[in-house]
Ligand binder design. Sequence first.
Ligand SMILES: [Zn+2]
Length: 296
Amino acid sequence: MGDQKRRAGIYLIGLMISVSVAGCGTDQIHTEQAAQVPKQLSGKIVSEVSEVSPSAPAGDDKEITAVETRRFYSGPPHHSPPPVGNKIAYLTFDDGPSNSTRKILHILKTNGVTATFFVIGTETSEGKSLYKEIAAEGHALGNHTYSHDYNRIYKSPEAFIKDASRLDRLLEETVGFRPEILRFPGGSNNQVSRKSGGRGVMSKVTAKVKEQGYQYFDWNVSSTDAAAPVQDKDMIIDSVLSASKGKKRIIVLMHDNTYKTTTLEALPVVIRKLKAAGFRFDKLQKSSFTFQFLEP
Ligand SMILES: [Zn+2]
């Protein structure tokens, strides 16, 4: 009798938890705010569950529901998946630093978004400051080769590594670490490389890069901002949104380039719409989801 009452009570609490969790799922909230939601939730859920758990009968289905809910939401905030779905967007900016870098950083900061910059080599003090600012603001720095010169880098796997290592050394001097992540100029399946390295050079280069300890990232969503010198702003927005549909992990290709002003104009809208579509944002690291046109 009393047992039944208790089970009903546990079930009710379980239900309340489910309802409160579901209520947060559709919020279009900024990442900064989102990070705090699980913390608040976990505190509440843990205390509610701990009130009933000690006396709850073993082997009861309702109890399992409550305990599983607690396990799911009691982790540290930055490890907690969002309440509904788990879609991640990795925004990537190639070819910087440029005069647009600070503007991109400002937009990312304003929107509470972390991203990845695949940079090239520059020895200017401004360029070095920008490497530092990218890292200091918590974004990932990735290797996009020092020269970005197709004729030079795709001559052979050794030539590629020589050029990429030069950027690694520069970044190590400037920001204190060597990137483990890399993006090939033109992508891992580019055809331009054949001119200097012959057919099949990309298979050798991708294998060499893996052997050297890098992970490389192509993209599964193109912003199309490289398809024209200054791409139409709405075209950028529409391209990202339509290519993101039906995907849970997206690596979005964009460019950090002084002249690509529409990328900057589109960026806040892209972020807002991806958030509305249920994506959270993260930076790439070696162990992240990757998308490769050509696998080694
Ligand atoms: Zn590039």
